[in-house]
Design a protein around this ligand. Sequence first.
Ligand code: IMP
Length: 464
Amino acid sequence: MTVTIVGSQLGDEGKGGIVDVYGDAVDVVVRYQGGDNAGHTVVYEGDEYKLSLVPSGAVRGKVGVLGNGCVVNPATLFEELDALADRGLSPDVRIAERAHAILPYHRVLDGLEEDVKSDDDLAAGTTGRGIGPTYEDKAGRRGIRIGDLLAPATLRDRLEYVVPQKRALVEDVYDLEIGEDVDGTAFDADDLFETYRAFGERIAAEDMAVNCGAFLNRRLEAGDEVMFEGAQGTSIDIDHGIYPYVTSSNPTAGGAAVGSGVGPTVVGGGEVIGIIKSYLSRVGTGPLPTELGSVAGQTPGAEDDGTVDGDAADEDTDLATYIRDEGGEYGTVTGRPRRVGWLDMPMLRHATNTNGFTGLAVNHLDVLAGLETVAVGHAYRLDGETLLTMPPTTERWGDCEAELRRFDGWPEAEWGAIAEAGYEALPENARAYLEYISAELDTPIYAVGVGPGREETIVVESPF
Ligand code: IMP
């Protein structure tokens, strides 16, 4: 069977930890979208592993697959694999031949476009990994796929077609000088050919390339348990998220089929687990109706001192700082402070509709401990009406005002002991909070995270 793990908010919900907790029963872990924009932290036997591309299950000796829906930077992939090897791990990672490769010019162009967009407040605050430009080339049918790296003549042809276009973009559109204003090797077809051909040779030598759909279907027929590990989250899905402040792929459950070559009936016949952080965090720009305080450079109108449009620093700013520090809300990949806010229920109802969750995992419940009151955005007010789910345009979403519902807080506790004792050992007020979420989304709670380690996750129900 398959289990699909999906972020139900804006990314960083703690998906890696849940993949890890359910991972024992799994044989193959598959990423179906995104690339090295996806920072995930896995704690295994007391050691912390920060990964951005290698599927987190691979740390535990599972087969990790980067599906055709991924965009793969081979330089990052080999850096991560080599770093894991230095720590005594030898993960078995396969890459779909249909996956697209990120090239150095994609990273450069990611930065250039963000700079231009920032003049109009349209920058998505990307991770700068070249994700958007690579998916653009995929859709524009000028991309270079992993399979092309294994076929030097094809690689050469593709580069000779595409590199002059990229050079023209830099020189004629951005009016910059290659080699002067931007790194020359990123736009040198010969250089790129040598580097990427060598990546191809290593992929071939280590037998990493697969026909993803065929590979997975074979494994499923043989009785293997397969987990699809979504990166990012529903509200930054290119189709269902807060466009244009989104990533360029489909983190939603449908992406698991398209991005791996396994049929939608197979994905739908398994379980789809929505991962929820007990509050909200966001890296990037755009509106956020339940935001507390602000982060300069990300919250629209934010000042350097955490205030918005000159408002005095207030209780919300203090709450934001508390949650950010307790939750370690700083980007895994970029180290940027994340914006934080209360749980947004209209966002979660939207995620439930879009993904068809069969279960929920609620993380970071411990982070809110010690607060007297915990609030959630239960609904939105928009034009005098109450909305229970997100409006389809981001501009209208920005006009929404959160209607808060307040819950009595719960105290700090011995979370490790609670996790061992099980769900009923959770403080009563924390359970009331969880039961509200489950009832509103009409979906059972499968797991509750009360700390970063595997042993600090309460498993209520196993999908396998
Ligand atoms: P990109 O994926 O680098 O193109 O960035 C596009 C948007 O998605 C930006 O707002 C990023 O902050 C956000 N984003 C990308 N990856 C992640 C992630 O793993 N967690 C949270 N936000 C992300």
